[in-house]
Every structure is written in C-alpha cells, then in structure tokens.
Design a protein around this ligand. Structure first.
Ligand code: GDP
Ligand code: MG
Length: 740
C-alpha cells in the first residue's frame, strides 16, 4: 500500500541547523499542552477551536539534538478551506518540516486519523502520539499500539500530555525519522476509476517534472479533490499540462457523480474513512462494555445545552461569577486601596508640597493605583473564567449562542471571536479580531470584526465594577450581567444591520464542535489566570502609567496666573487668621473653617478649569451633558480611546486632584459617590457608553488590518461612538425619570 521515495532535498542533515519538527492534530487533542511540555512555553490552552491560528515555534533540546518545534493550528483536514487549514498545510507542504508528531485523541481515533492519513499521503514522516490515554483507559478503551503501528507503518506512542507520559519517546522517534530523511507515500485505494485517473496524472507529473517538492501522487490526489491552491500552482508552473490534468479530473468526477451520485470530494473523504475503519478493525481498539466517558458528557449536555434550561443555567453561572468576584474581591481590593492610600500619604510626607508631590500622589498613585486596585478582582474573575474554559463549559455557551447567531446574519464560528474578545467578561478584542480568521466568508468575518468591540473586555471591567459597586450596591452582579448581555444584544443588532445594508451576502454552513467535559487541572487554571493578570498588571505599570502622567500634566498645566493664585491665597489666609483668633469650639470658628474649605475647593476647581485638559473637557461638556457626563468624565473617555483602563485611572487623577484633602487619599468609589451630579443614571449611562464607544487604539489598528481597509477603522471609531452616545443619552434620560 505504500511506496518509498527518497526526496533529494528533504531530510538531509545540514550542519548544526536544528531539526524542524511540527506538531499537528485536530482541535482539542492536547497539542498545545504537548507543545508547552516540550518547550516549557506557556501558550494559551483553550478548549475550543480558533485559539491557535498562527503557527508558533519553540526550541527543544533532545539529547544532542536541537529541534525547532512548530505548533500548527488544529485542523480536521488539509483541504485548504479555513485559515487554520491553510496555515497548517502551507507549513507541512513547505518541504522544511522534517518530521511530524501527530497528536491524536485516543478516545476519538477514527475522526483524528483522517488528518493522519492526509499527512501520510503527502509523504511526511509522521509519529503518531496517541494522547489522552489516561482518559481512554478510564473510559475502558484499549488500543493495541504495536498493531496500530504495524498497520500504519509508522511509529505510534501512547502519551498523556498532562503529565508528560510518553513525550520523550515520541520526540526520540520524531528525531530518528527526521534524521533518516525517508518519505513513504501512503496510497489509499479510491476505487478503480479514481485510481486510474490518479495514475494517469501521476505519469504526466513525473514526465514533466512538475512541482518536484511534492510527491507526484499527492499532487494527483489533491487535484482530484479539486484543491484550488494546488491547481493555481500547477497552472503557473505549466499551463498545458495543468489543462490536460484538469480534463482528466473533470472526466473522472463526472463519472463518479453519475455512477454513485456523490461529489468527488465526499467520495475521497469516504475512501479515507474506509481506509481508517479497515485499519481499526481486528482488535486495534477494544471497548469495555458499560463504560463510556462520552455518555457522561452527553447526559450533562442534555441539561446544560437544553433549549430552555441551558440559557437559564448560563445566566445563573454568569451571575455567580460576578457575585463571587465582587464579594470575595472586595477584601483584597480594600487592602490594595489602603496600601495605595498609605503610599500616597508617605510620599506626601516626604516630597515637599508642589508639582512633584502632586505628580506622584495624584497623577501616578491616584491613576495607576486606581487601575491596580482592580487587580485582585481581575484575578478572581479570570480564575473562574479559566475554569469555565478548561472544563468545556465555555464551548457550550458558544454552542447555545450559535443558535441565536444565524438569525442575525453571523456565522456560528463568530461566537468564539466574541467570547475571546470578552463576551463572557475579561477578554481582549485584539486576539478576538485575530480569531476571526477562522471564518471563511469575508463578509461574515467583517460583520464579526466590526461588532467584536462591544464585548466587555478586561480593560472595561474595572469601569463597570467601579460604577456598579459605587451606585448599585447589592444589585451590582445583576448590573454586571445585564451590561455584559447588552454587549451581545448590540453586537447582534448592529451585525444584523450591517448584514442587511453595507455587507449583504449569503450565509455559509457550519458545524459547532462540542468537546467532552473535563475537570481542569489546577495548573492550567492558575496558568491562564496568571497570564491574563500579569498582562493587566504589566499594562498598568507601562501604558497606563504613561497615560496617567500625560493626563496629570494636562490637568495641571497651564497654571493659574500668579495674581489669580495670589488672590485666592490671600483670601484663604485672611479667613484663617480670623479663625485662629477665635477660641476652640466656637460656632463662628467652625463656620469660618467651612468657608476656608469651600474657598480651597473653588481654587482647585479654578485651577482644573484653567488647565489644558480642563478647557478641552469644558469644551465638550455641553455635548455630553444630555448623557450626564461632566467634563472630567469627558477627559477620561478621551483617554479611554488610548486604552480602556485609562478611563478609571483618569477619573482617579481628575477627582483626586480636585479633592481638597489629598492627605487622606479617599478611594475613587467614595469620591464619585460624594460628587454632586453623579447618580445611578450617570453610572448606567457611563457604563453603556464605555461598553459601546470607539475601541482602543491598538484594537482599531488590528481591525483595520484584519478588515483590510482604513474605512473600517473610521467606521469603528465614529459609528461606535455615535451609537454609544445615543444609547447613553437615552439611558441617562430614562434613568433620571425612573430613579427620581
Ligand atoms: P489543542 O486544542 O489541541 O491545543 O488542545 P489543548 O492543549 O488546548 O488541550 C485541551 C484540553 O485537554 C486541556 O484542558 C488539556 O488540559 C487537556 N489535555 C491535554 N492532554 C491531555 C491528556 O493527555 N490527558 C487529559 N486527561 N487531558 C489532556
Ligand atoms: Mg492549541
């Protein structure tokens, strides 16, 4: 069934160049876990498709050998349809890969081997890593490894990626294959008619020496399958030969269609499955009676994805996530706030009063501290979200959303980009936008890209958490769930609008995959949680720090003229002198004290109003007044276009600068509650505005790149801000009526 070919350029040891070994496999077979185990990297391990679209590389040292390990995106096939398939296929066909470790889920061998067969047809040296053997054993599935290896003619190793079992052996085999440089082309039997066509084409390919970097038989099979990429490549190489071969393909395909009433593509897939079924017969797989892991998943799914209970349970789960986050997070958040307060006091004591003190205490500690105080909440929320992801529940949420999506002109595969962008809380639109590459239809991709930014990304969460806790008290978790859901509602509505106006077009079919439920490892949950928290903290220490300093400067300069400042100071001093003259406890003394405070406030307000940012804010204020935003909020929102975390940090700086008594560093939450003009209606309006308005700067750039046009950047910037404005004004006006 297989022929040996010695490729001239492949597999040859070239000095001390590292061996290039690829990891390939279906989504969710544990490939990333294997990659991390080999390279010590901490790549995102996601329990759903769409996480790894780009290939990732990492160096591995195996004995005396240097290996470059390439993690390919998960694919079921190599037909070059989706972005993942194109990326994986390009790497495998490049001729640079010297061996492949094919990770397969031992409990789903039949489906997983489809990819294996295609790689063997390409002539790639493959080691089969039968992964998740622990689960297979638990489910009572026995695999005769030696027999499978014998039947396939390739090394097969039983592995458990989670604890490293078998990984060394798999790498040894791969290194051995890579150094041997032999390539066997697997010949699947496609039936007499197709085989004949393939042979005829193979003869032409060999005669004309077409595309010598590929095995001739593989080219022929791919042409039969109707592979557009390869057809292009051939046409470019030799137009006449290509035409001749396309003629053969058409003839055979017509014959298959009339004789068997199937398309060529499904005929070929059927033949591959036939090959696999034949392979797995005769005791390669044995299943104990009465033991079945999938049965448990199926039972759980009956309830968790039930049309009625499913969404209900989902809402309860989301509510619980926020409830736990807010309840438990309040304690460590208080500690961080206290620590920032103490730090502020400390610096206020060390640094003499003046600009430098104000920069450190109000600008840096007030700004960055405000963002950092949310880090504990972020840790807790991310841990819960990571648990949902790793257990497989997140995929169920996506599955349920998928039903809704079609009605709005989006693709089922759009769900994951939304979830990654923060659909369930705490993602980021940047990887979300990159995940849209899994969408085949450019129109569906565009609609997804443009509506992604309405999700509640990790940077918006502090704004929501702050305002929900400050103005809604015990209803905060409910408010959080509602805000999150509003993001979805607006995304779907806008997508519908776009799909029926500027990006009209057909919907493409899609099957959503449900991985089995798994109890996540503590390590994996902690790792996810750490990754995201570290990103958050790092951003606070760099980007947000820089923005805080700029905002502080904008709010501090230009200063009042000397005369103006002196006038205030003279009045304050006069009042103070009067006060000193009166005895302690006198009523008149207390009244004077109050006057001094008011005057100091007035001076602070005058200073802010005179500053550059103050003037800018005041300029915009009339426009945003119907939404309930005062000028300080406007400044924060402008800063939020640079990075959404800057909304909280700017509010922190603006309000602590205006705070008369910086010494006792009040938390932002209390400052806002105490500021006249702030109410539930303002909070709601601001939350919705932040949810919907322009994406942050980096997201805009990524959207521009993925959508392939500047106009989509401007669309996101202006359309989203306009939408946010309309929604915020409506929310504020309704809120004023309802809560008064
Ligand atoms: P990928 O989609 O192929 O990259 O798969 P991942 O590496 O993201 O793994 C998916 C899930 O399977 C994660 O929750 C892993 O912890 C889990 N997993 C990976 N390998 C094994 C294994 O050998 N045994 C068990 N029980 N779970 C595994
Ligand atoms: Mg992966």
């Amino acid at each position: 069934m297989s022929a040996v070919i010695q490729f001239s350029e492949a597999g040859r040891q070239s000095g001390d160049r590292p061996l290039r070994i690829a990891l390939a496999g279906n989504p969710n077979c544990g490939k990333t876990t294997v990659f991390n185990a080999y390279t010590g990297a901490r790549q995102h391990v996601g329990n759903y498709p769409g996480v790894t679209v780009d290939r990732k590389e990492g160096p591995v040292r195996h004995g005396q050998e240097n290996v470059t390990l390439v993690d390919l995106p998960g694919t079921y096939s190599l037909t070059a349809y989706s972005q993942e398939e194109i990326v994986a296929r390009a790497e495998l066909a490049s001729g640079n890969v010297q061996a492949v470790i094919n990770v397969v889920d031992a409990s789903a061998l039949e489906r997983n081997l489809l990819l294996t067969v295609q790689m063997l047809e390409m002539g790639l040296p493959v080691v089969l890593a039968c992964n998740m053997m622990d689960e297979a054993r638990k489910a009572g599935i026995h695999i005769d490894i030696d027999r499978l290896s014998h039947m396939l003619g390739i090394p097969v190793v039983s592995t458990v990626a989670r604890n490293g079992e078998g990984l060394k052996e798999a790498m040894s085999e791969a290194v051995r294959l890579a150094k041997a440089g032999e390539r066997h082309v697997l010949e699947v039997n496609y039936g007499a008619d197709v085989n004949e066509g393939i042979m005829a084409m193979q003869a032409i390919i060999e005669r004309e020496k077409l595309l010598p970097k590929y095995a001739a038989r593989w080219i022929a099979v791919k042409l039969m399958e109707g592979d557009p990429e390869l057809r292009q490549e051939l046409r470019a190489a030799n137009a006449t030969a290509a035409q001749e071969m396309e003629g053969i393909c058409r003839r055979v395909a017509d014959h298959i269609r009339t004789a068997h009433n199937v398309s060529m593509e499904s005929h070929i897939t059927d033949a591959r499955y036939g090959f696999i079924r034949g392979l797995l017969r005769d005791g390669v797989i044995r299943q104990d009676a009465g033991k079945d892991r999938l049965a448990l998943s199926d039972k759980l799914d009956k309830v968790l994805t039930n049309a009625f209970f499913g969404p209900l349970i989902m809402l309860v789960v989301l509510y619980a996530v926020f409830q736990i986050t807010i309840e438990i997070g309040a304690y460590p958040q208080g500690w961080v706030e206290d620590a920032c307060g103490a730090l502020g006091e400390l610096f206020a004591g060390i640094i003499p009063e003046g600009d430098l003190q104000s920069l450190v205490v109000d600008g840096i500690i007030g700004g960055v501290g405000g963002v950092l105080s949310f880090a504990p909440l972020i840790v807790i929320m991310f841990a819960l979200i990571a648990f949902m992801e790793d257990s497989g529940y997140m995929a169920r949420i996506a599955y349920m959303m998928d039903r809704v999506f079609r009605a709005f002109g989006l693709h089922g595969a759009s769900v994951m980009p939304y979830v990654i962008s923060g659909g369930i809380a705490g993602g980021c639109a940047i990887p979300g936008a990159m995940a849209t590459r899994t969408l085949r239809s450019p129109k569906e991709k565009l609609a997804t890209l443009l509506t992604l930014p309405y999700m509640s990304c990790g940077a918006k969460l502090p704004v929501f958490l702050l305002l929900a806790a400050a103005f809604f008290g015990s209803q905060a978790p409910t408010v959080m769930v509602l805000i999150m859901l509003s993001g979805w509602v607006f995304a779907l509505l806008v997508a519908r609008l776009l799909r029926s106006t500027i990006i009209r077009g057909e919907a493409t079919p899609f099957v959503m995959e449900l991985p089995p439920y798994r109890l996540p490892t503590l390590f994996s949950v902690l790792m996810h949680c750490w990754e995201r928290t570290w990103m958050y903290v790092k951003k606070a220490g760099t980007v947000i720090l820089a923005i805080s300093i700029i905002i502080w400067a904008g709010l501090t300069y230009p200063k009042l003229s000397d005369e103006e400042a002196a006038a205030f100071d003279a009045r304050i001093e006069a009042l103070n002198a009067q006060r000193e003259a009166l005895p302690e406890g006198d009523a008149a003394r207390a009244a004077l004290e109050e006057q001094v405070t008011r005057l100091e406030e007035e001076k602070g307000a005058a200073e802010l109003a005179h500053s550059f940012a103050g003037r800018l804010g005041k300029l915009i204020e009339p426009v945003t007044a119907p939404a309930g935003f005062e000028w300080r909020t406007d400044i924060a929102l402008l800063a939020g276009i640079a990075a959404k975390e800057a909304v909280v940090s700017t509010l922190g700086t603006a309000y602590s600068l205006g705070d008369v008594d910086p010494e006792d560093a009040t938390p932002l939450e209390s400052l806002l509650q105490a500021t006249p003009g702030w109410s539930k209606a303002t909070a709601l309006s601001l939350m919705l505005f932040v949810l919907l308005y322009s994406p942050c700067f980096v997201s805009l750039v990524v959207i521009q790149r993925e959508a392939g046009g500047w106009r989509w950047l401007f669309f996101s910037l202006f359309f989203n801000t306009a939408l946010a404005y309309v929604v915020a004004v409506a929310a504020y006006q309704i809120g004023l009526v309802v809560w008064n």
